[in-house]
Design a protein around this ligand. Structure first.
Ligand code: AMP
Ligand code: GLY
Length: 432
C-alpha cells in the first residue's frame, strides 16, 4: 500500500512510526513532513493547507490510503476532496470537522444534546459582550475566539478589566485573526484536565488510553500557553469509573448528536475534559489526534494502527480491534529557547539512538529541516523541535526513563520542562 500522511509535526511522526509497523505499508509519504522523519518516510514539500496540491499528489502517485492529521486541512475539507477522487481517508469530512472548527457550533451542540460543559453565552458584537461582562460579578471568566487559533484562542480573565480588555483584543484588534469575529464567554471550571482520544466510525466509539498534556511553557504550570510541552499516559486522575461515566454522558452522546445533525464523525475525536467537583465536563473537542498526546498514546497501542484506521474509513470498527498495553508512557518536548515567542533555529540535532533504545525510548521530530554547511545536516526549524517518549511498566518509571533518554538528544539553544508528570505522580501517590 501507498500511504499519505498530511502534516509535519511530532504527532505525524508518531502516526507514521505506528503505520510503518504493518508490512502492508510499503511506502509512506508525509506532506510536508520534516527532515527529522526522513528515516521513516519520504517527505514531499506540499503544505498541509494546500488541498489542491495534496489531491493532485495523491492522484498522480496512486495513493491507496490517506491520513489527514492536522485541524486546518480537515476543517478546509481535505477528506472530502480526497474522497471525491476515490481515495480512502482516515479523518472527518468538513461537515464533521466543524466540531473543532467552530466553538459556537460545539457549545450549541452540547447544549442541544445535554452534554456536560461550562455554561456559556455567544456574542457576535463587542458592545453586547462588554455589556454582559459589566453585569457579571463572577471572575475568573473564560473568553474564547470562535474559530481555529492554533490552540491559543482562549483567554482566562481574572478581573472585569481583564475581561473587557480580552473582548477588545479578540473582537476589535483581532489578535487571533478572523477566528475572533464571534466569541464564546463561559464559566470558569476547576479540576484536573484529561485528554481522551477516541476512534469512531460513527457507529462505534472506542476510547484510547487517557493522557495529560502540559500546556504552559514553564515548570509548575507557569508562563505562556504553548502547543504542549509534554504528556503522560495514562492519566492517573481518570479512573475506570470516570471512564464509564464519560462514555455514557459524553462520548456516546457526542457521536449520536453528530449523527443526528447529519454530520457523522469518522476519525479520531479528541475530548478535552475537566474533572470538576460536579462531574466531568467538556472543555473542548478536537477533530483530530492531539499533539503531543499522540506521542504517548500510540506507543502504548498494541494493535495495528493501519487496520484500525481502515476499519474507521470502512465503518467496520469494533472494540476488540483496539488494544492498549497496561504500561505507561511519558513524552518530554524539547523546544527552542524563547518558544512560544521569539527563538533562534538552525542548530544541529544530535540523537544517540543506541542509548534511546536501552531506555525503550523514541524521538518524534516536530520542527527540523536539512541545513548546515553541507545542506544535509538535520537542524532545528521550529519552536517545538522534538519529543522524547519512553515507555515503562509504571508511570514513575516512564517519567524517569524519558528524562534519562532526553539526556541523549541534544541541540544548541534547547529548552524543556523539568516537571512533566510530576503533578500526576503526586496525585497518584496521594490517592493510593
Ligand atoms: P482550549 O483551547 O479550549 O483547550 O483551552 C485551553 C486551556 O484553557 C484549557 O486546556 C484549559 O486549561 C483552559 N480552559 C478552557 N476553558 C476553560 C474553562 N471553561 N474553565 C477553566 N479553564 C478553561
Ligand atoms: N495538545 C492539545 C491539542 O492537540 O490540541
Amino acid at each position: 500500500m501507498k500511504i499519505l500522511v498530511v502534516g509535519g509535526g511530532g504527532r505525524e511522526h508518531a502516526i507514521i512510526k505506528s503505520l510503518k509497523k504493518n508490512p502492508a505499508a510499503e511506502k509512506i509519504y508525509a506532506l510536508p513532513g520534516n527532515a527529522g522523519m526522513l528515516g521513516d518516510c519520504e517527505c514531499v514539500a506540499i503544505g498541509a493547507k494546500d488541498i489542491e496540491g495534496i489531491v493532485d499528489f495523491a492522484v498522480k502517485n496512486e495513493i491507496d490510503f490517506a491520513v489527514v492529521a492536522p485541524d486546518d486541512p480537515l476543517v478546509l475539507g481535505a477528506v472530502d476532496a480526497l474522497n471525491e477522487k476515490g481515495i480512502k481517508c482516515f479523518g472527518p469530512n468538513k461537515a464533521a470537522a466543524i466540531i473543532e472548527g467552530s466553538k459556537v457550533f460545539s457549545k450549541n451542540l452540547m447544549k442541544k444534546y445535554g452534554i456536560p460543559t461550562a455554561a456559556y453565552e455567544v456574542f457576535t458584537n463587542p458592545e453586547e459582550a462588554e455589556a454582559y461582562i459589566q453585569k457579571s460579578d463572577t471572575f475568573p471568566i473564560v473568553i474564547k475566539a470562535d474559530g481555529l487559533a492554533l490552540g491559543k484562542g482562549v483567554i482566562i480573565a481574572m478581573t472585569k478589566d481583564e475581561a473587557l480588555e480580552a473582548i477588545r483584543s479578540i473582537m476589535c484588534d483581532k489578535i487571533f485573526g478572523a477566528s475572533g469575529s464571534n466569541i464564546v464567554i463561559e464559566e470558569f471550571l476547576t479540576g484536573p484536565e484529561v485528554s481522551v482520544l477516541a476512534f469512531t466510525d460513527g457507529k462505534t466509539m472506542v476510547p484510547m488510553v487517557s493522557s495529560m498534556d502540559h500546556k504552559r511553557a514553564g515548570d509548575n504550570d507557569t508562563g505562556l500557553n504553548t502547543g504542549g510541552m509534554g504528556t503522560i499516559a495514562p492519566n492517573p486522575c481518570y479512573t475506570e469509573d470516570m471512564a464509564a461515566q464519560c462514555m455514557k454522558e459524553i462520548f456516546l452522546p457526542t457521536m449520536d448528536a453528530m449523527n443526528k445533525e447529519g454530520r457523522t464523525f469518522k476519525g479520531c475525536l479528541y475530548f478535552g475534559l475537566m474533572l470538576t467537583p460536579k462531574g466531568p465536563k467538556v472543555i473542548e473537542y478536537n477533530c483530530r489526534f492531539g499533539d503531543p498526546e499522540t506521542q504517548v498514546v500510540l506507543p502504548l497501542l498494541e494493535s495495528d494502527l493501519l487496520t484500525i484506521m481502515q476499519a474507521v474509513a470502512d465503518e467496520t470498527l469494533t472494540e476488540d480491534m483496539v488494544k492498549f498495553s497496561k504500561g505507561s508512557a511519558c513524552c518530554i518536548v524539547k523546544a527552542s529557547k524563547g518558544y512560544p515567542q521569539k527563538y533562534d533555529t538552525g542548530f544541529e540535532l544530535k540523537i544517540n539512538e543506541a542509548e534511546l533504545a536501552k531506555r525503550n525510548a523514541t524521538v518524534f521530530v516536530a520542527g527540523a529541516k536539512l541545513g548546515g554547511d553541507d545542506g544535509k545536516t538535520v537542524v532545528t526549524a521550529g519552536g517545538r523541535v522534538l519529543g522524547v517518549t519512553a515507555r515503562a511498566e509504571s508511570l514513575t518509571e516512564a517519567i524517569d526513563k524519558a528524562y534519562e533518554a532526553a539526556e541523549f538528544v541534544h541541540f544548541d539553544n534547547e529548552y524543556f520542562r523539568k516537571d512533566i508528570g510530576a503533578r500526576a505522580k503526586k496525585w497518584f501517590t496521594e490517592s493510593m
